[in-house]
Write a protein that binds this ligand. Structure first.
Ligand code: SF4
Ligand code: SF4
Length: 403
């Protein structure tokens, strides 16, 4: 990061905080990070996937029927039109967004225009990160990603062995796990050959009952394929039928032991990781602290992040399928400070009141707890996180408003 972009980032964060602290529901600057689904198509059917899981109540329901009645409409697979995308990039530039993560609803490399899309965003000086299952990469694409300077690639692997990989991804194709591993390795090799620092390569593992016992194999995968970092993410079961994926207390105990050993193994090989945060999350989950977390602090997601689906719908986060607007109807600039978005910010800021509008969000399984905690500590340095049982109960009943 150079001095200019460092200063830009500090100013941006300051504006987000100021917006959250003083102006309540108006954002002074755009979301720092945008998660952008350019397509809903995917060549996999992962168990834990919000969109493509065979466990979804209605396949391609976008998984929202468990989340929000307002979005329980029949869902069609969509690809973002390239002109709509260009307009969005122009708008995000105006609003001050810095990072775009091409991710989410499907596999980005199934979109035939992905090369042009990445080129346009890089030309407009965005930090671009891409989340992919890695199965469609080839040498040509890898060369392009290195040459254009994509900032990071996040590979969703979610297994430590071929057998688990087939089970988790729904692809009964032997050799696929090895193929993906070879693709990651090729990209790492091209990067080294061209003496480039980017893209940073990261493996991501959603940890569930199906794979928690393979932590060490996952780390071995990362070391052998030459990536920079490994991240563990707790599973979020979006559907009732997927609840068997949630870790039990017993699983968590086993995992806690394994992960401490794995941490040592990863550090010894110079692999960056998020195991400290993951351990923290595991202990919170085990003691059920997560359920009581948001009555104690606010959610600031409405200031720092936005999710845009391939059909153009703008959402506040992945676990809260409330539509803020659609970029086919209004510009992102208009949507970002529209009455609907401002209302959402007001409600998420006052979590203690358990706003009805947020009942359908999966806040009790929120994966943005660490980020919200950072904002809370900066904005309310003197406010204790662990309040007494009596006050907490009163807040849960909505009797005491949060400041
Ligand atoms: S690869 Fe990603 S988008 Fe595709 S099914 Fe798996 S989790 Fe979903
Ligand atoms: S799921 Fe998390 S980030 Fe989303 S609205 Fe709820 S608390 Fe905020």
């Amino acid at each position: 990061m150079n001095l200019y972009s460092g200063l830009q980032k500090v100013t941006h964060n300051f504006c987000i905080l100021l917006g959250g602290a003083l102006l309540k529901e108006r954002a002074l600057t755009g979301p720092q990070r945008v998660l952008l689904d350019i397509t809903d198509y995917c060549n996999y059917n992962c168990m834990m996937c919000r969109e493509h899981s065979p466990l979804s109540p209605s396949k391609f329901s976008k998984g929202v029927s468990d989340l929000s009645p307002e979005k329980n409409t029949s869902f069609k697979l969509q690809k973002m039109d390239v002109d709509v995308y260009y307009q969005l990039i122009d708008d995000l530039k105006k609003v001050g967004t810095r990072e775009i993560n091409i991710s989410g609803g499907g596999e980005p490399f199934t979109h035939e225009k992905i090369i042009q899309m990445v080129e346009y965003a890089k030309k407009n000086r965005f930090n671009i990160t891409i989340t992919t299952n890695g199965s469609l990469l080839n040498e040509g694409i890898s060369e392009f990603l290195v040459d254009i300077g994509v900032n990071a690639l996040y590979f969703s692997i979610n297994a430590g062995s071929s057998e688990t990989y087939m089970k988790v991804t729904g692809k009964r194709q032997s050799g696929l796990f090895e193929k993906v591993k070879a693709n990651v390795r090729t990209l790492a090799f091209i990067k080294r050959k061209k003496k480039q620092k980017h893209p940073k390569l990261m493996l991501s593992f959603v940890i569930s009952t199906q794979n928690y016992f393979e932590i060490k194999d996952m780390i071995r995968f990362a070391i052998e394929s030459g990536v920079n970092r490994i991240n563990f993410v707790p599973v979020v079961s979006y559907f009732e039928r997927a609840s068997f994926l949630d870790l039990s207390s017993e699983d968590i105990k086993v995992l806690q032991k394994d992960i401490k050993k794995a941490q040592y193994f990863a550090t010894r090989h110079g692999l960056m990781h998020n195991m400290n945060e993951f351990i923290q999350w595991l202990s919170m989950k085990e003691s059920e602290n997560l359920r009581n977390f948001y009555p104690q602090i606010s959610c600031y997601v409405g200031w720092f992040l936005s999710l845009i689906l391939a059909n153009g719908s703008v959402m506040p986060c992945c676990q809260c399928m409330k539509i803020m607007g659609n970029i086919h109807e209004r510009s992102f600039l208009e949507i970002w400070n529209s009455p609907v978005y401002r209302q959402f910010r007001k409600e998420s800021k006052n979590f203690a009141l358990r706003n009805k509008a947020l009942f359908n969000c999966q806040c009790s399984k929120c994966s943005l707890v660490p980020t919200n905690l950072i904002f809370h500590k900066i904005l309310h340095p003197l406010k204790p996180m662990h309040m007494g049982e009596k006050e907490l109960t009163a807040r849960l009943k909505g009797k005491v408003a949060i400041q």
